[in-house]
Design a protein around this ligand. Sequence first.
Ligand code: SAH
Ligand code: SF4
Length: 348
Amino acid sequence: MRPDKNELVRMLSITKDDELQELYNQAYEVKKKYVGTKVYFRGIIELSNICTKNCYYCGIRKSNLDFQRYTITMEEALAEAKWCYEQRYGSLVIQAGERIDPDWVDFIEELIRGVKRVSDGKLGITLSLGEQSEDVYRRWFEAGAHRYLLRVETTNPELYKSLHPADHDFEYRKSCLDLLRKTGYQVGTGVMVGLPGQTIEDIAEDILFFYDKDVDMLGMGPYIPHHGTPLGHLEKSFEPDNALKMGLKMIATCRITLKDVNIATTTALQALHPEGREMGLLAGANVLMPNITDTKYREGYQLYEGKPCMDENANQCVGCLSRRIASIGETIGFDEWGDSRHFEARKS
Ligand code: SAH
Ligand code: SF4
């Protein structure tokens, strides 16, 4: 059933702690019923911070000249993938700034084939590489990727316009979700919450958009200002506690209304609170993306301020993550792809 907008606004407007807890509990019940309490890991490789775009909120936007650009080599990326496989993570996410040039497209295609090779064909591959042509999406799908994450960032066209230069095409971004679906991917999208100028009504409309697009996966997180961007002045008035609450409310509201989709508990939540990602799981998320990028590159991939685990090695993070998940009474879906139940239900 299509969610009721007033009900969405009501849930998203909750501020009292006891009512918030009730919302999270309700979402957890829905999660238990529809997707269970197994957390699926997707090791994320931040492949490159080179980006041809200039989103006003993002720390690695093209015009930010404050830091070194990098691209991880094929050998390093495959070693990270192999490590991920050996840790028995079921899947890998390959994320980077947006590039559409042929060398990049070839590189990614080769990398996808390589990941399949080093993992006996077993690692699931999710891509988060921005807007591409249908042909490119198909080539990467045929090489072995099977999920794609492309946040629309907001569904309010005016708000989108205020956050991007004029040559960033909102309509094309949205249409990419259709191209991805047509190609055969499990389709993930999402928005940032707490964007400057965004209202609760806007966020309710975002959720209605997710429902109407019938998406399989969601990755949503609080917007966190970055000093090296045109919106850097917002740092002064930024309230981490409110941003965290809004992020959690969004997860809970989506779980309650969309039920069987996969929802990620994002690193941006952890940037706001040491236990932010566990809180996300308790508010209804069921996917977690441990960062497996070599620490020497992490400094260069700061989309927002205060990203956690900047100087920890991937294996140190695994230990702390497993303990944290056990501490909230959940288990980890080792060796499993953990595909979206929503996607499976549509197929059958
Ligand atoms: N270039 C690709 C993937 C990397 S960016 C793309 O844009 O799709 C991945 C996500 O980081 C973006 O979709 C955006 O939602 C998020 N992001 C960027 N800047 C952020 C910020 N300041 N706070 C929180 N999330 C941010
Ligand atoms: Fe580039 Fe993605 Fe950042 Fe936009 S959000 S500047 S496309 S990396």
